[in-house]
Design a protein around this ligand. Structure first.
Ligand code: ATP
Ligand code: MG
Length: 67
């Protein structure tokens, strides 16, 4: 089966600071999805969570399910 993204209840913290809260996103195979929003709303944090790069930051953690 083709790859796609399924984010369920994704919440990410920098220390005690909650940067994104309960994000749900489904991306179908062979589709394009854009993340838009004002500076600081958490776009990069969410992308880093999908890529498993957020959890390698000291003090940072991710809750929820990402497949
Ligand atoms: N390394 C970090 N340590 C602590 N807080 C951070 C860190 N990186 C981002 N933040 C905070 O997390 C929140 C989300 O930031 P993020 O960089 O994900 O936003 P963004 O939507 O990508 O913004 P931009 O459009 O400016 O790229 C902001 O409040 C930001 O200050
Ligand atoms: Mg960014």
């Amino acid at each position: 089966m083709a790859k796609r993204v399924e984010a369920t209840g994704v919440t990410a913290y920098y220390g005690s600071f909650k940067a994104i809260d309960n994000i749900n996103l489904h991306v179908d195979p062979k589709t394009v999805t854009a993340l838009i929003g004002p500076s600081g709303c958490g776009k990069s944090t969410f992308l880093r969570s999908i890529n498993r790069m957020h959890e390698v930051l000291p003090g940072a953690r991710v809750e929820g399910k990402l497949t």
